[in-house]
Ligand binder design. Sequence first.
Ligand code: FE2
Ligand code: FE2
Length: 215
Amino acid sequence: MSVSAAIHRKIQLCGYGRSLDNTERMGVEQYRDYLCQLHQVVRASIPLMELAVQRCDASHPVESQLIAYLTEHIEEERGHAELLVRDLEAAGMPEAQLLLRVPDAAIAELVGAQYYWITHYSPLALLGYISFLEGRPPTEQAIAFWQTATGLPDAAFHSLRLHSEADPGHWQALDDFLDTLDLSAAEVELIGLSAMQSAQRAGAAWSGLVQRWSH
Ligand SMILES: [Fe+2]
Ligand SMILES: [Fe+2]
């Protein structure tokens, strides 16, 4: 089995999904909660990748390839946090209010774990996190659901749209990259662990939202 297929399988075992079954109370307020949570994750994307680049050893063959991959991916993700800010503004939430929100502990665990792996073990861990995030873009059905539930204009959906279009390509590029690397067994284990941990903590963060919406 290829490395990318093994990672997909591990992520799948975690059973992550953003269920929208709890439709009774869904509306603008819930959509804002969702975008705020996305922003709490996405605003850390470029800083995490920059940190990983800094921690790479350019003389290590795999890590030098990681530098090249991340340098390119940083450009692909540039502006995405700001896009969420604009979507939220179109949904009636100013940036100051967004930044005041205390992130769920599950978000700090999701993103924070990467700071640990990168700083105290290996920047390769970030590939598991990216694989999880790029592999779960919003579906067309989910976007249609939110549009109907909120009645908001298209201007509030740029971020979901962009990710539903761009992330499948980002995911494929990452898979291709993973499968060209000459990884040790420990590195494959690390990337898989990071992916599974990401799926679990993101699942907990989504459950936190659903719980908030059902009260
Ligand atoms: Fe993005
Ligand atoms: Fe992406």
